[in-house]
Write a protein that binds this ligand. Structure first.
Ligand SMILES: *[C@@H]1O[C@H](CO)[C@@H](O)[C@H](O)[C@H]1NC(C)=O
Ligand SMILES: *[C@@H]1O[C@H](CO)[C@@H](O)[C@H](O)[C@H]1NC(C)=O
Ligand SMILES: *[C@@H]1O[C@H](CO)[C@@H](O)[C@H](O)[C@H]1NC(C)=O
Ligand SMILES: *[C@@H]1O[C@H](CO)[C@@H](O)[C@H](O)[C@H]1NC(C)=O
Length: 483
């Protein structure tokens, strides 16, 4: 009996030893922290060997990778995120991502990708965040995004895109953020955005649109922010009767707009922020409805809209031109007769392209109340209890091994080490989720309010919660691996 126990113990010790050896192995010129491998030294022409098979996060940023081969990452089937930005990748094999089904985040930005095969990403159906910005894709079509039903953020900024084929994003039914800015798009069709019912933020700035028909967007029923600045838009039309239910922010600055039709203005019922500067405003009485409407949403700060015509008011601010020349009915110029905006729901925030959606959490302050703080604290307490429970359960899973090892003082040090690694890993995973969170801060901070702490048990438990403390929104994601 003691013999049997002893040999069993030896086997267990050997397994532990092997496991910790495996964890220790780290490719030359890389930095490994638990299951996260950083190879950012700039020397790699290819994916390095000897990456631990339990790797969950791999960064190969800032190297000289030229292409991705079939099954390139298949031996790393635990991968959750993969950063390949700032390389020279120009070919991506259609099978490059086969075997990494757990992948949730794939960053391919700042490469030289000019062509994508159909179904390249259908091997990674759990993808939430795909970044293809700063590449050389001239067009996108439905085949490129087949299978990405869980995708929430898609970045296609600065690709030289000239064309988006019809129904391109039809499969991306979970998409909440789409960036098509800084491309060469001239036109959109009514089916371009078909299926994007959950889209909240759409970037179309710095393209070459010359006219915008808001008729193109009605299927985007959840859109909250639309960026159209720095195009060449001359005319805006409304097409058919449509009321934006959720749109909060609209940026039309830096275009060639002379006038906005009354119907368009009437449809912007939910808007809290609009940027109209840098256009060629035509200061005739036809501008009165727009200015009257602006009065209802703006605070006392002025909007820098300048008249480009007619000649006698050229270069004047639109508000001055209207006032000095008594162009509009009194209720448009006299602020006192219009209903003053309420403090929080009707405020124009200064336009800042770098932090496009800071306005959204602020909107919630008005409805802030004490019971939310209580609810938040309870949620925090519950999630901490959950973490403790998970740690307890995983400890219970191999209690004998641990106890026996301790008794016999075999591998005492190594055990300590592996425990430490486990802790490291947990903190790294947490770090990953936090950084992932800040990457897609935009989307996560939008509409999180109603989402309770959701936990999925598939080897790991993810927990997401958001608390509102006074005037700051604190959100964190907790992740615990059950190993
Ligand atoms: C990979 O591991 C093997 C054996 O441990 C070693 O000979 C080889 O140099 C390693 N390669 C790299 C790139 O670290
Ligand atoms: C890729 O998909 C598009 C439709 O999205 C289709 O028109 C095209 O023929 C496909 N290409 C290949 C090579 O199958
Ligand atoms: C100003 O008054 C006119 C007619 O009295 C009305 O049609 C218009 O809607 C009013 N505008 C505003 C902004 O109240
Ligand atoms: C218009 O009015 C503003 C102040 O309301 C004044 O500064 C400006 O000089 C006036 N312009 C003309 C052309 O009268």
């Amino acid at each position: 009996m003691p013999d049997w126990r002893f040999s069993c113990l030896l086997v267990q010790a050997a397994v532990l030893l092997l496991l910790s050896e495996g964890e220790k192995m780290c490719p030359a010129s890389c930095r490994c922290e638990g299951k996260i491998v950083y190879c950012e030294s700039g020397i790699f022409l290819d994916v390095p060997e000897n990456i631990t098979v339990s790797c969950q996060g791999l960064s190969l940023r800032y190297n000289n990778l030229l292409g991705l081969l079939p099954y390139q990452f298949a031996h790393l089937n635990q991968l959750i995120w993969l950063y390949l930005d700032h390389n020279s990748i120009n070919t991506v094999d259609a099978l490059a991502f086969h075997g990494v089904r757990r992948l949730k985040e794939l960053i391919l930005s700042s490469n030289k990708i000019s062509h994508l095969h159909n179904n390249t990403f259908s091997a990674i159906p759990n993808l939430r965040n795909l970044d293809l910005s700063y590449n050389q894709l001239q067009f996108v079509h439905p085949g490129h995004f087949y299978g990405l039903r869980k995708l929430q953020n898609l970045h296609l900024r600065s690709n030289g895109l000239k064309q988006i084929f019809v129904r391109t994003f039809l499969e991306c039914r979970s998409l909440e953020f789409l960036d098509l800015g800084y491309n060469r798009l001239r036109s959109l069709t009514r089916t371009t955005f078909l299926g994007l019912f959950k889209l909240k933020e759409l970037h179309l700035e710095h393209n070459q649109f010359s006219r915008i028909n808001f008729f193109l967007f009605p299927r985007l029923t959840n859109l909250q922010a639309l960026y159209l600045q720095w195009n060449r838009i001359r005319s805006i039309s409304q097409g058919e009767h449509w009321i934006w239910q959720k749109l909060l922010k609209l940026d039309l600055s830096g275009n060639d707009i002379q006038t906005v039709p009354v119907e368009a203005v009437a449809a912007w019922t939910s808007l809290t922020t609009i940027s109209l500067a840098g256009n060629s405003w035509d200061c005739r009485p036809s501008i009165c409805p727009l200015m009257g409407w602006l009065l209802t949403i703006r605070d006392t700060k002025d909007i820098s809209m300048i008249c480009s015509g007619p000649k006698r008011v050229q270069g004047e601010r639109v508000v001055d031109a209207i006032r000095n020349h008594s162009m509009c009915p009194d209720n448009v110029t006299d602020r006192k007769t219009t209903k003053e905006p309420t403090a929080f729901t009707r405020t124009i925030f200064p336009f800042n392209p770098l932090t496009p959606t800071t306005f959204i959490p602020e909107l919630q302050f008005e409805h802030m109340s004490f019971h939310k703080i209580i609810a938040g604290s309870v949620a925090l307490f519950l999630s901490l209890s959950l973490i403790l429970l998970v740690i307890y359960v995983s400890w219970r899973r191999y209690p004998n091994t641990m106890r026996q090892l301790q008794q016999h003082s075999v591998n005492h040090k190594r055990r300590k080490k592996s425990l430490k690694q486990e802790q490291d890993l947990n903190s790294q995973l947490q770090e990953y989720y936090l950084s992932y969170h800040s990457n897609s801060e935009t989307m996560d901070s939008v509409g999180n309010e109603g989402r309770p702490c959701t936990c999925t048990i598939s080897g790991s438990i993810e927990c997401e919660l958001e608390l509102l403390f006074g005037y700051t929104t604190v959100s964190f994601q907790l992740s615990v691996s059950t190993l």
